[in-house]
Design a protein around this ligand. Structure first.
Ligand code: NAD
Length: 473
């Protein structure tokens, strides 16, 4: 794609709506009981003795428009509107043809998992600067084409960790007490009070495979219930609380009453729990999978539950999952589906691990923050398809400073050309990084007169590797 002139303006944004990352505050922390008093007296961000980040504006004049599809949270809508941006909010997704027709008017788009941003859509997106996926996955976007067009893509991969960890705790108790079975029987009119094979979880061992965002949260929650926690991870990780890292998966399997999986789906984790690993688990242990469907060999699990070696299981993810609510979960989708559904004390849920209102709100906050930081400050930290670059803020005391945001093809000689253009000025700070074919340079330059600004942008846009050049002032 050739260079895109960017023509945006918007009203001033209150500094308080931005990340403290951009604020340099020098306050000595108080000690002990004086804390409350100190907090009351701590100057607000608007007070004169705090160095304020300057609110940057794109140079040209056109209202920034953002298209939000798939019912993205109204909090996100409000925060964009508070920035003075024009927001078009739709509850449904859009098909490719409609998107191709409409996308040319917008500078930013927010989607969830149903809207596909294809190469055709990106080619029609002549003004598009940034894509926000208000969800975990980004498979619905052609990331390579977006990157080559100078469009960073942001998502929110970890906002739902707590929701998943809480679901696992509930599953551990449900399996130990068999209450899904009892509830199912009651619904069929059968009273079946029993204690055989039902346990407290206090004092039992939880084995966590993958001690990342979810696994480590779960570790803390499980210890609060009096469980002993062991974990296995391919990297050495500082355990939280009294948890203990074990040296191999087989050690974890042989010690745990409950085994729960929190690893990513990778070639190495495909079927990482199969017949051999199930046999290594303790007699009467339980297996929980909230990670990805391919991590467990389900026919092997079916055999292990049927034989009684595994006392129960909870599965939230499956190798093939229906594309829409109401669609059948049957043998056509996964050939073993009816055998799995017939097992006792096996909890099946439709990939709801991260589905809570709190997680949705956090996703909304995180992705809208990333979009605002990119559009206002040029920061690409957290982008999935783009070099991650950020600069310390220009402060309010630096009125003649201009920030150059230059996306270019990753090839030799680009910095020489750009720095030649910048050479008459004092380059206060500069940072550049690359990812694949795309490179991104941010530079703050001092003492730029308003007359020089457009000329500067024009000269940089004309350099041979230019994809997109924005100036913020
Ligand atoms: N059910 C749901 O709704 C839901 C929601 C969110 C996340 N997830 C899934 O949960 C999984 C974990 O998410 P997370 O946010 O904790 O990820 P994370 O990246 O924070 O942690 C994953 C951990 O697994 C470890 N790991 C990688 N390969 C391993 C291996 N072969 N053996 C042992 N450990 C290994 C990593 O070192 C890392 O510590 C992901 O697959 C994610 O897709 C599911």
């Amino acid at each position: 794609m050739s260079s895109k002139p960017i023509t945006i303006t918007k009203p001033a944004i209150p500094a308080s709506s931005y990340s403290p990352h951009y604020v340099s505050v020098s306050i000595s922390p108080p000690t002990g009981s004086l804390l409350q008093e100190h907090l009351r007296r701590t100057p607000s961000l608007g007070s004169p003795n705090v160095r304020q980040p300057k609110v940057l504006h794109p140079i040209d004049n056109e209202d920034l428009r953002i298209l939000l599809l798939e019912n993205i949270s109204l909090d996100a809508v409000k925060s964009f509107q508070a920035n003075g941006w024009q927001v078009d909010h739709h509850t449904k997704s859009m098909n490719e043809d409609d998107l191709v027709q409409k996308i040319g008017q917008y500078h930013a788009i927010g989607i969830r998992s149903k809207t596909r941003i294809t190469e055709r859509v990106i080619k029609a997106a002549s003004k598009l600067l940034v894509i926000g996926c208000f969800c975990i996955g980004v498979n619905q976007v052609d990331l390579v084409t977006a990157g080559k067009a100078g469009i960073p893509v942001f998502n929110s991969p970890f906002s739902n960790s707590r929701s998943v960890a809480e679901l696992v705790i509930s599953e551990i108790i449900a399996l130990a007490r068999q209450y899904f079975e009892r509830s199912f029987e009651m619904r069929q009119g059968v009273w079946n009070k029993k204690s055989k094979g039902c346990w407290e979880i206090r004092g039992k061992t939880l084995g966590i495979v993958g001690y990342g965002h979810i696994g480590s949260q779960l570790s803390v929650l499980a210890e609060a219930f009096g469980m002993r926690v062991v974990f296995y991870d391919i990297i050495n990780i500082m355990p939280l609380g009294s948890a203990r890292q074990v040296e191999s998966l087989s050690v974890l399997l042989s010690q745990s009453d409950f085994v729960t999986l929190h690893v990513p789906e990778l070639p190495e984790t495909r079927n990482m729990i199969s017949g051999m690993q199930l046999a290594q688990m303790k007699q009467g242990a339980y297996l929980i999978n909230n990670a990805r469907g391919g991590v467990v060999d389900i026919p092997a699990l079916i055999s292990a539950v049927r034989s009684g070696h595994i006392a129960g299981a909870a599965l939230d993810v499956f190798p093939h999952e229906p594309g829409a609510n109401g669609a059948p979960f049957d043998d056509e989708l996964n050939r073993w589906s009816s055998e799995l559904r017939a097992l006792k004390n096996v909890i099946l849920t439709p990939h709801i691990g991260g589905s809570t209102e709190e997680a949705q709100r956090m996703i909304g906050d995180e992705v809208s923050g990333s979009l605002a930081r990119y559009l206002d400050f040029g920061s690409t930290v957290g982008a999935v398809n783009f070099p991650e670059v950020d600069l310390r803020a220009i402060t309010a005391e630096q009125p003649d400073h201009v920030r150059v945001c230059h996306v270019h093809v990753n090839q030799p000689g680009v910095l020489k050309q750009v720095n030649e253009v910048l050479s008459p000025y004092n380059v206060e700070k500069q940072y550049s990084d690359s990812k694949g074919d795309v490179a991104y340079l941010m530079a703050d330059i001092a003492d730029v007169s308003p007359q020089d600004v457009n000329r500067l942008r024009e000269l940089i846009s004309k350099t041979s590797a230019n994809i997109l050049t924005r100036l913020l002032a």
